[in-house]
Design a protein around this ligand. Structure first.
Ligand SMILES: Nc1nc2c(c(=O)[nH]1)N(C=O)[C@@H](CNc1ccc(C(=O)N[C@@H](CCC(=O)O)C(=O)O)cc1)CN2
Ligand SMILES: Nc1nc2c(ncn2[C@@H]2O[C@H](COP(=O)(O)OP(=O)(O)OP(=O)(O)O)[C@@H](O)[C@H]2O)c(=O)[nH]1
Ligand SMILES: [Mg+2]
Length: 519
């Protein structure tokens, strides 16, 4: 694994593209370069080699050999110890017909791709109009706008090009085909642009995850949460805690390493108090009723009740479409039917379920089991009751309890005297639905409550914060000082994993800055 920080390459053509012709094609025969002994129909794969330095063996220069299809070989030197990154491309906009489509190309070959398609390199970061032509046949493919972001000042940190083309199927096909034919260029894997941005220190992991969430956001609240995280809210939070854990570790290690030195006597107590404080901060962050994760996924709302109560009618009206079958036969719904809703910017996942009753029908019994399971896992449950019936005797769910229950009575249109306590609706006339939607929105806002500190948004973060919390708690009861330091180290590492930062050895610096040892 090469992990030398990328310095500026000595030679910038660290890519399997001819340096002399500045095109991916052999100057003499105009065929594409390929690595030796690779069948032409296989993906190009360029071997790295080492050259003998004057005295010792070592990775002084990396080189690769490529031959064109007529057998002409050329040696390519690479200026630094980075692996040769493939140049990747992908359609950045959605598939299918559209006004405009954007093809993104990133990697050392992005510039040569522009050369090959347009014959020029536009002014960096300026939209420039260009004719796109096939690199070999020179056939005119499209009238495009191109953008050129030389690395490292680009989204990925690599050389990056964007082709803004007409979004027709044939145009897309012709342009992406031409790009794909250029040797050393391949289709990107999902998330590969962001992954490269992370590897090139353009962003931390929480930011990369937030960009994914932003693309997936379907409601306003989801968009707000993702944007806050993309802006570094979680990065600052977790890096702050990691810094604090590192400071505590530095002090704990100082106690270990220099027991006889003149350490301020209160240090031990201070370290303890610091650990307790950080542990409690993490505990409070973990104890957030999963609001960040719920907001990402959508709030799970189970709709349960007796058969024929009107559950499916209610769900259909909220969804404003016929999502579930409605009939006057009791036991119509058997499977769980999920419907996504956007209520005032909050994402809700409504689950219509089978009517709950005693039954000997095996399939219906399974439906009832699933209905009750949904209720058990739900963030919020709508208990639907037929308003024309006496709940005390007719409804098996009348005794149902739980913190997040909303009782709804249907058939308000057929009832003169409303005795039951809850929201009265009519799925026939729509009466009461405004109140129902308002109640759902209020419940969602209370459960998702965005106004507080940044929330945990992913199980990955939760696992790491939990691990750090456990390690901190354990360090307080560690029987030996070096076990305590080890627990602190584990906490630092766990927190560092969230942002993707690897803990570095700058502990000694912190010790001397804070303590002025030996003075
Ligand atoms: N056409 C287009 N639109 C887009 C993107 C894109 O990549 N292309 N974005 C992609 O997600 C978003 C904008 N985000 C971007 C983030 C960083 C850089 C960038 O070039 N950063 C450089 C230079 C910074 C500067 O000068 O402002 C850098 O970080 O070094 C560009 C876009 C949304 N819209
Ligand atoms: N008048 C009136 N009829 C309703 C109302 N809500 C539901 N119905 C009728 O009641 C019958 C049962 O409605 P569904 O929505 O299928 O009831 P369900 O609770 O989903 O029933 P199962 O799936 O069998 O458990 C249908 O004929 C509906 O048209 C209402 O508010 N007023
Ligand atoms: Mg139903």
């Amino acid at each position: 694994m090469w992990n030398a920080r990328p310095r500026k390459p000595v030679l910038s053509w660290a890519c399997p593209i001819s340096p002399r012709s500045k095109t991916p094609w052999c100057n003499r025969c105009k065929t594409a370069w390929r690595p030796p002994s690779m069948p032409w129909n296989r993906k190009p794969c360029y071997a790295l080699g080492f050259r003998r330095r004057s005295k010792t063996w070592g990775p002084c220069r990396t080189f690769l050999v490529a031959v064109c299809q007529k057998g002409r070989a050329t040696l390519f030197f690479v200026g630094d110890l980075r692996p040769i990154m493939a140049t990747i491309f992908a359609l950045a906009t959605a598939h299918g017909r559209a006004g405009i489509a954007v093809v993104r190309v990133s990697g050392p070959g992005a510039g040569p791709v522009l050369d090959a398609l347009t014959g020029r390199r536009p002014v960096p970061r300026r939209a420039t109009r260009a004719r796109l032509c096939h690199p070999v046949s020179k056939e005119w493919l499209d009238d495009a706008l191109i953008l050129w972001f030389p690395g490292p000042a680009s989204f990925t940190g690599e050389d990056l090009a964007e082709l803004h083309i007409h979004g027709g199927r044939a145009v897309l096909e012709a342009v992406t085909q031409s790009v794909a034919e250029i040797p050393g260029v391949r289709l990107a894997e999902p998330g590969e642009f962001s992954r490269r941005a992370f590897l090139n220190d353009k962003m931390d992991l929480t930011t990369a995850e937030a960009l994914a969430d932003l693309v997936n956001a379907e409601t306003e609240a989801q968009r707000r949460q993702a944007l806050r995280q993309a802006d570094g809210a979680l990065f600052r939070l977790y890096e702050g805690w990691r810094g604090e854990a590192m400071r505590l570790l530095a002090h704990a290690e100082a106690l270990l390493d220099f027991p006889d030195e003149d350490l301020p006597p209160a240090v031990e107590a201070e370290v303890r108090a610091g650990i307790v404080h950080l542990r409690d901060t993490l505990a409070a962050h973990l104890d957030d009723r999963h609001r960040g994760e719920r907001l990402r996924d959508g709030l799970h709302v189970a709709v349960i009740g007796a058969p024929n109560a009107g559950k499916s009618s209610l769900v259909n009206r909220l969804a404003r479409r016929e999502a579930a079958i409605v009939s006057d036969i009791a036991g119509t719904t058997r499977d769980v039917i999920e419907v996504g809703l956007d209520l005032g910017g909050y994402p809700l996942l409504l689950a219509d379920t089978a009517g709950v009753r005693e039954t000997t029908d095996v399939i219906e019994a399974e439906g009832v089991r699933r209905a009750l399971a949904r209720h058990a896992q739900a963030d919020l449950t709508l208990v639907v009751m037929d308003g024309t019936r006496d709940p005390a005797e007719a409804d098996p769910l009348v005794g149902l309890s739980g913190a997040n229950l909303l009782r709804v009575f249907t058939r308000a249109d057929q009832v003169a005297e409303r005795t039951g306590e809850g929201i009265w609706i009519s799925c026939l006339t729509g009466e009461g639905f405004e109140a129902l939607e308002a109640a759902l929105e209020r419940a969602a806002r209370a459960l998702l409550d965005e106004t507080n500190a940044p929330a945990l948004t992913r199980a990955r973060h939760r696992a790491a914060v939990t691990e750090a919390h456990t390690a901190l708690a354990r360090s307080l009861t560690a029987p030996l000082a070096d076990l305590r330091a080890e627990d602190l180290r584990l906490a630092v590492r766990a927190l560092g994993r969230i942002t993707g930062r690897v803990a570095v050895d700058d502990l000694l610096d912190i010790i001397f800055r804070d303590f002025c040892l030996g003075k």
